[in-house]
Design a protein around this ligand. Sequence first.
Ligand code: TXA
Ligand code: MG
Length: 325
Amino acid sequence: MKINPADAPRPLADEGAIEEAAHILREGGLVAFPTETVYGLGADATSDAAVARIFAAKGRPSFNPLIAHVEGLAAAQELGVFSEEAGRLAEAFWPGPLTLVLPLAPGASVSALARAGLDSVALRAPAHPVARALIAAVGRPLAAPSANRSGRVSPVSAAHVAQDLARRVDFILDGGPSPIGVESTIVSCLDGGPRLLRPGGIATEAIEAALGLSLAEAAPGKIVAPGALASHYAPRAKLRLDAIDLDAYEAGLDFGGRFRIGPMIRDLSPGGDLQEAAANLFAFLRELDALGASRIAVAPIPHHGLGEAINDRLARAAAPRPKQT
Ligand code: TXA
Ligand code: MG
Protein backbone atom coordinates (compact mmCIF):
# COMPACT_ATOMS: atom_id res chain seq x y z
CA MET A 1 0.00 0.00 0.00
CA LYS A 2 1.22 3.47 -0.74
CA ILE A 3 1.86 5.37 2.47
CA ASN A 4 1.78 9.11 1.96
CA PRO A 5 3.04 10.71 5.17
CA ALA A 6 0.25 13.00 6.14
CA ASP A 7 2.07 15.55 8.30
CA ALA A 8 2.00 18.10 5.51
CA PRO A 9 -1.51 18.28 4.07
CA ARG A 10 -1.85 19.60 0.56
CA PRO A 11 -3.01 23.18 0.16
CA LEU A 12 -6.20 22.14 -1.62
CA ALA A 13 -7.74 18.87 -2.64
CA ASP A 14 -7.70 18.88 -6.45
CA GLU A 15 -8.83 16.10 -8.77
CA GLY A 16 -5.45 14.40 -8.64
CA ALA A 17 -5.41 14.34 -4.85
CA ILE A 18 -8.96 12.95 -4.74
CA GLU A 19 -8.04 10.20 -7.23
CA GLU A 20 -4.97 9.29 -5.17
CA ALA A 21 -7.04 9.25 -1.98
CA ALA A 22 -9.68 7.05 -3.63
CA HIS A 23 -6.98 4.61 -4.69
CA ILE A 24 -5.67 4.38 -1.12
CA LEU A 25 -9.20 3.75 0.17
CA ARG A 26 -9.87 1.02 -2.38
CA GLU A 27 -6.65 -0.66 -1.23
CA GLY A 28 -7.83 -0.65 2.39
CA GLY A 29 -6.02 2.48 3.60
CA LEU A 30 -7.12 5.40 5.76
CA VAL A 31 -7.87 8.85 4.33
CA ALA A 32 -8.94 11.90 6.34
CA PHE A 33 -11.33 14.06 4.34
CA PRO A 34 -13.29 17.28 4.85
CA THR A 35 -17.01 17.36 5.40
CA GLU A 36 -19.13 20.44 6.09
CA THR A 37 -19.41 19.40 9.78
CA VAL A 38 -15.95 18.15 10.80
CA TYR A 39 -13.14 16.17 9.14
CA GLY A 40 -13.75 12.42 8.90
CA LEU A 41 -11.29 9.53 9.14
CA GLY A 42 -12.42 7.40 6.23
CA ALA A 43 -12.05 3.76 5.27
CA ASP A 44 -13.86 1.39 2.91
CA ALA A 45 -17.04 0.64 4.90
CA THR A 46 -17.41 -2.73 3.21
CA SER A 47 -14.07 -4.06 4.51
CA ASP A 48 -13.66 -5.30 8.09
CA ALA A 49 -9.89 -5.02 7.76
CA ALA A 50 -10.00 -1.40 6.59
CA VAL A 51 -12.53 -0.45 9.27
CA ALA A 52 -10.39 -2.12 11.95
CA ARG A 53 -7.63 0.36 11.09
CA ILE A 54 -9.97 3.26 11.97
CA PHE A 55 -10.55 1.89 15.47
CA ALA A 56 -6.81 1.34 15.94
CA ALA A 57 -5.81 4.79 14.66
CA LYS A 58 -8.35 6.58 16.85
CA GLY A 59 -7.96 4.40 19.93
CA ARG A 60 -11.73 4.02 19.72
CA PRO A 61 -13.63 1.27 21.55
CA SER A 62 -14.93 -1.18 18.94
CA PHE A 63 -18.41 -1.26 20.51
CA ASN A 64 -18.93 2.29 19.22
CA PRO A 65 -20.35 2.02 15.66
CA LEU A 66 -19.38 4.27 12.73
CA ILE A 67 -21.36 6.34 10.23
CA ALA A 68 -21.33 5.08 6.62
CA HIS A 69 -21.06 8.03 4.20
CA VAL A 70 -22.85 7.73 0.87
CA GLU A 71 -23.53 9.87 -2.19
CA GLY A 72 -27.25 10.15 -1.67
CA LEU A 73 -30.59 8.48 -1.15
CA ALA A 74 -30.22 5.82 -3.87
CA ALA A 75 -26.96 4.49 -2.40
CA ALA A 76 -28.38 4.75 1.13
CA GLN A 77 -31.40 2.66 0.22
CA GLU A 78 -29.11 -0.28 -0.55
CA LEU A 79 -27.80 -0.15 3.01
CA GLY A 80 -30.71 0.88 5.22
CA VAL A 81 -34.50 0.45 5.29
CA PHE A 82 -36.19 3.84 5.02
CA SER A 83 -39.44 4.45 6.87
CA GLU A 84 -41.72 7.14 5.50
CA GLU A 85 -40.29 9.60 8.06
CA ALA A 86 -36.69 8.66 7.27
CA GLY A 87 -37.38 9.28 3.59
CA ARG A 88 -38.85 12.67 4.36
CA LEU A 89 -35.78 13.66 6.42
CA ALA A 90 -33.35 12.52 3.72
CA GLU A 91 -35.38 14.44 1.15
CA ALA A 92 -35.30 17.60 3.27
CA PHE A 93 -31.70 17.57 4.52
CA TRP A 94 -29.48 15.46 2.23
CA PRO A 95 -26.88 16.12 1.20
CA GLY A 96 -26.11 17.76 4.54
CA PRO A 97 -25.30 17.44 8.24
CA LEU A 98 -27.92 14.79 9.08
CA THR A 99 -27.22 11.15 10.01
CA LEU A 100 -30.05 8.61 9.98
CA VAL A 101 -29.90 5.39 12.01
CA LEU A 102 -31.97 2.79 10.14
CA PRO A 103 -32.63 -0.95 10.18
CA LEU A 104 -29.93 -2.69 8.15
CA ALA A 105 -31.15 -3.56 4.65
CA PRO A 106 -30.99 -7.23 3.62
CA GLY A 107 -27.69 -7.88 1.85
CA ALA A 108 -26.23 -4.50 2.86
CA SER A 109 -22.49 -4.32 2.26
CA VAL A 110 -21.53 -2.35 5.41
CA SER A 111 -19.04 -4.37 7.47
CA ALA A 112 -20.24 -5.78 10.79
CA LEU A 113 -17.31 -4.09 12.53
CA ALA A 114 -18.42 -0.66 11.28
CA ARG A 115 -21.85 -1.38 12.77
CA ALA A 116 -20.33 -2.75 15.99
CA GLY A 117 -22.37 -5.86 15.27
CA LEU A 118 -25.72 -4.03 15.43
CA ASP A 119 -28.55 -4.79 13.00
CA SER A 120 -28.92 -1.07 12.40
CA VAL A 121 -26.74 1.27 10.36
CA ALA A 122 -25.95 5.01 10.57
CA LEU A 123 -26.02 6.71 7.15
CA ARG A 124 -25.09 10.20 6.04
CA ALA A 125 -24.78 11.92 2.67
CA PRO A 126 -22.38 14.83 3.28
CA ALA A 127 -22.68 18.04 1.25
CA HIS A 128 -18.98 19.00 1.10
CA PRO A 129 -17.85 18.84 -2.54
CA VAL A 130 -14.56 17.08 -1.69
CA ALA A 131 -16.38 14.44 0.37
CA ARG A 132 -18.88 13.89 -2.43
CA ALA A 133 -16.17 13.62 -5.08
CA LEU A 134 -14.23 11.17 -2.93
CA ILE A 135 -17.23 8.90 -2.27
CA ALA A 136 -18.06 8.93 -5.98
CA ALA A 137 -14.46 8.11 -6.93
CA VAL A 138 -14.26 5.17 -4.50
CA GLY A 139 -17.68 3.87 -5.53
CA ARG A 140 -18.28 2.36 -2.08
CA PRO A 141 -19.68 3.68 1.20
CA LEU A 142 -17.02 5.22 3.46
CA ALA A 143 -17.01 4.53 7.17
CA ALA A 144 -15.81 7.67 8.92
CA PRO A 145 -15.82 8.92 12.48
CA SER A 146 -14.42 12.35 13.28
CA ALA A 147 -10.68 12.36 12.51
CA ASN A 148 -9.39 12.84 16.05
CA ARG A 149 -8.03 10.54 18.73
CA SER A 150 -10.96 9.08 20.66
CA GLY A 151 -12.40 11.44 23.26
CA ARG A 152 -10.59 14.50 21.88
CA VAL A 153 -11.87 17.66 20.20
CA SER A 154 -13.12 17.04 16.65
CA PRO A 155 -10.98 18.51 13.82
CA VAL A 156 -12.34 21.29 11.64
CA SER A 157 -9.20 21.72 9.51
CA ALA A 158 -6.58 19.52 7.88
CA ALA A 159 -4.00 20.92 10.29
CA HIS A 160 -6.06 19.69 13.26
CA VAL A 161 -6.14 16.20 11.75
CA ALA A 162 -2.37 16.26 11.28
CA GLN A 163 -1.90 17.33 14.94
CA ASP A 164 -3.91 14.36 16.20
CA LEU A 165 -3.34 11.60 13.67
CA ALA A 166 -0.16 12.26 11.67
CA ARG A 167 1.47 8.94 10.77
CA ARG A 168 -1.70 7.07 11.76
CA VAL A 169 -3.44 8.10 8.53
CA ASP A 170 -2.22 7.43 4.99
CA PHE A 171 -3.45 10.65 3.41
CA ILE A 172 -5.16 13.90 4.41
CA LEU A 173 -7.35 15.72 1.89
CA ASP A 174 -7.41 19.43 2.67
CA GLY A 175 -10.71 21.13 1.89
CA GLY A 176 -10.23 24.21 4.06
CA PRO A 177 -12.09 24.86 7.31
CA SER A 178 -15.33 22.91 7.90
CA PRO A 179 -18.06 25.54 7.54
CA ILE A 180 -20.55 24.14 10.07
CA GLY A 181 -18.07 23.11 12.73
CA VAL A 182 -20.14 20.68 14.84
CA GLU A 183 -20.96 17.08 13.97
CA SER A 184 -24.12 15.98 12.19
CA THR A 185 -27.46 15.70 13.93
CA ILE A 186 -28.25 12.00 14.48
CA VAL A 187 -31.86 10.84 14.24
CA SER A 188 -32.80 7.22 14.81
CA CYS A 189 -35.67 5.93 12.65
CA LEU A 190 -35.98 2.43 14.08
CA ASP A 191 -39.18 0.97 15.57
CA GLY A 192 -41.22 3.53 17.42
CA GLY A 193 -40.60 6.56 15.23
CA PRO A 194 -37.86 9.18 14.97
CA ARG A 195 -35.73 9.95 18.02
CA LEU A 196 -32.93 12.47 18.48
CA LEU A 197 -29.69 10.65 19.37
CA ARG A 198 -27.32 13.61 19.08
CA PRO A 199 -28.02 17.31 18.47
CA GLY A 200 -25.81 18.66 15.68
CA GLY A 201 -25.47 20.74 12.55
CA ILE A 202 -29.18 20.81 11.77
CA ALA A 203 -31.25 22.41 14.49
CA THR A 204 -33.78 20.11 16.15
CA GLU A 205 -36.45 22.71 15.40
CA ALA A 206 -35.80 22.31 11.65
CA ILE A 207 -36.11 18.54 11.85
CA GLU A 208 -39.34 18.79 13.81
CA ALA A 209 -40.69 21.23 11.23
CA ALA A 210 -39.87 18.82 8.38
CA LEU A 211 -41.56 15.95 10.22
CA GLY A 212 -44.47 18.01 11.50
CA LEU A 213 -43.99 16.49 14.96
CA SER A 214 -41.92 16.87 18.09
CA LEU A 215 -38.95 14.50 18.32
CA ALA A 216 -39.11 12.07 21.19
CA GLU A 217 -35.83 12.49 23.09
CA ALA A 218 -33.84 9.29 23.48
CA ALA A 219 -34.65 7.62 26.79
CA PRO A 220 -32.14 8.94 29.33
CA GLY A 221 -29.63 6.40 30.63
CA LYS A 222 -29.98 4.14 27.65
CA ILE A 223 -26.95 3.72 25.38
CA VAL A 224 -28.30 4.53 21.97
CA ALA A 225 -25.40 6.44 20.44
CA PRO A 226 -22.42 5.21 22.47
CA GLY A 227 -20.28 8.18 21.44
CA ALA A 228 -22.89 10.45 22.94
CA LEU A 229 -21.89 9.45 26.45
CA ALA A 230 -19.81 10.88 29.30
CA SER A 231 -16.57 12.69 28.57
CA HIS A 232 -16.04 13.46 24.89
CA TYR A 233 -14.74 16.31 22.76
CA ALA A 234 -12.38 17.07 25.63
CA PRO A 235 -9.50 19.56 25.56
CA ARG A 236 -6.67 19.13 28.09
CA ALA A 237 -7.79 22.13 30.15
CA LYS A 238 -10.76 21.83 32.49
CA LEU A 239 -13.90 23.71 31.50
CA ARG A 240 -16.08 25.91 33.71
CA LEU A 241 -19.45 26.46 32.02
CA ASP A 242 -21.91 29.35 32.25
CA ALA A 243 -19.19 31.65 33.58
CA ILE A 244 -20.31 35.22 34.18
CA ASP A 245 -16.77 36.47 34.78
CA LEU A 246 -13.18 35.25 34.58
CA ASP A 247 -10.82 34.24 37.36
CA ALA A 248 -7.32 35.69 36.95
CA TYR A 249 -5.67 32.47 35.77
CA GLU A 250 -8.45 31.31 33.47
CA ALA A 251 -8.60 31.41 29.70
CA GLY A 252 -12.00 32.47 28.37
CA LEU A 253 -14.33 31.18 25.67
CA ASP A 254 -16.73 34.06 25.23
CA PHE A 255 -20.04 34.53 23.42
CA GLY A 256 -21.51 37.91 22.60
CA GLY A 257 -18.73 40.06 24.12
CA ARG A 258 -19.29 39.36 27.81
CA PHE A 259 -15.65 39.00 28.94
CA ARG A 260 -12.85 41.56 28.72
CA ILE A 261 -10.66 41.32 25.63
CA GLY A 262 -7.27 39.65 26.10
CA PRO A 263 -4.71 37.22 24.70
CA MET A 264 -6.34 34.28 26.55
CA ILE A 265 -9.86 35.13 25.37
CA ARG A 266 -11.67 33.97 22.22
CA ASP A 267 -15.19 35.14 21.40
CA LEU A 268 -17.22 32.49 19.53
CA SER A 269 -19.37 35.25 18.08
CA PRO A 270 -19.10 38.85 19.28
CA GLY A 271 -22.42 39.56 17.57
CA GLY A 272 -24.16 36.61 19.21
CA ASP A 273 -24.65 34.50 16.06
CA LEU A 274 -25.00 30.77 16.87
CA GLN A 275 -23.98 29.56 13.42
CA GLU A 276 -20.75 31.55 13.62
CA ALA A 277 -20.22 30.23 17.16
CA ALA A 278 -20.61 26.60 16.04
CA ALA A 279 -18.11 27.11 13.23
CA ASN A 280 -15.55 28.54 15.69
CA LEU A 281 -16.16 26.18 18.62
CA PHE A 282 -13.62 23.38 18.12
CA ALA A 283 -10.88 25.57 16.64
CA PHE A 284 -11.11 28.00 19.57
CA LEU A 285 -11.09 25.18 22.14
CA ARG A 286 -7.89 23.91 20.53
CA GLU A 287 -6.33 27.38 20.46
CA LEU A 288 -7.11 28.07 24.12
CA ASP A 289 -5.88 24.62 25.09
CA ALA A 290 -2.61 25.29 23.28
CA LEU A 291 -2.06 28.39 25.45
CA GLY A 292 -1.63 26.02 28.38
CA ALA A 293 -4.26 27.43 30.74
CA SER A 294 -5.41 24.90 33.33
CA ARG A 295 -9.00 26.05 33.07
CA ILE A 296 -11.22 27.62 30.41
CA ALA A 297 -14.23 29.64 31.53
CA VAL A 298 -17.10 29.47 29.04
CA ALA A 299 -19.75 32.18 28.77
CA PRO A 300 -23.43 31.15 28.72
CA ILE A 301 -24.67 30.21 25.24
CA PRO A 302 -28.36 30.21 24.28
CA HIS A 303 -29.90 26.75 23.87
CA HIS A 304 -31.99 27.24 20.72
CA GLY A 305 -30.96 26.42 17.14
CA LEU A 306 -27.31 25.36 16.84
CA GLY A 307 -26.93 26.39 20.49
CA GLU A 308 -28.28 22.98 21.45
CA ALA A 309 -25.37 21.18 19.75
CA ILE A 310 -22.84 23.71 21.06
CA ASN A 311 -24.06 23.26 24.66
CA ASP A 312 -24.09 19.47 24.20
CA ARG A 313 -20.42 19.43 23.10
CA LEU A 314 -19.40 21.83 25.88
CA ALA A 315 -21.16 19.73 28.53
CA ARG A 316 -19.26 16.64 27.33
CA ALA A 317 -15.97 18.52 27.19
CA ALA A 318 -16.58 19.59 30.82
CA ALA A 319 -17.60 16.12 32.06
CA PRO A 320 -15.31 14.19 34.42
CA ARG A 321 -13.01 12.13 32.24
CA PRO A 322 -10.90 9.03 32.51
CA LYS A 323 -7.13 9.62 32.52
CA GLN A 324 -5.96 10.28 28.96
CA THR A 325 -2.69 8.98 27.70
O1 TXA B 1 -20.61 15.05 11.37
C1 TXA B 1 -20.42 13.87 11.67
O2 TXA B 1 -21.33 13.12 12.01
C2 TXA B 1 -18.97 13.34 11.58
C3 TXA B 1 -18.55 13.38 10.12
C4 TXA B 1 -17.18 12.84 9.90
O3 TXA B 1 -19.50 12.66 9.35
N1 TXA B 1 -18.87 12.03 12.09
C5 TXA B 1 -19.00 11.73 13.41
O4 TXA B 1 -18.78 10.40 13.69
O5 TXA B 1 -19.24 12.55 14.28
P1 TXA B 1 -18.57 9.84 15.13
O6 TXA B 1 -18.12 8.43 14.94
O7 TXA B 1 -17.67 10.74 15.92
O8 TXA B 1 -20.00 9.83 15.74
C6 TXA B 1 -20.99 8.93 15.23
C7 TXA B 1 -22.00 8.63 16.26
C8 TXA B 1 -21.46 7.87 17.45
O9 TXA B 1 -21.95 8.48 18.63
C9 TXA B 1 -22.05 6.48 17.28
O10 TXA B 1 -22.26 5.87 18.51
C10 TXA B 1 -23.35 6.78 16.56
O11 TXA B 1 -23.00 7.80 15.66
N2 TXA B 1 -23.83 5.61 15.79
C11 TXA B 1 -23.28 5.04 14.71
N3 TXA B 1 -23.98 3.96 14.31
C12 TXA B 1 -25.01 3.85 15.16
C13 TXA B 1 -26.09 2.93 15.30
N4 TXA B 1 -26.25 1.90 14.47
N5 TXA B 1 -26.97 3.12 16.32
C14 TXA B 1 -26.81 4.17 17.16
N6 TXA B 1 -25.81 5.06 17.09
C15 TXA B 1 -24.92 4.91 16.11
MG1 MG C 1 -16.25 11.94 17.20
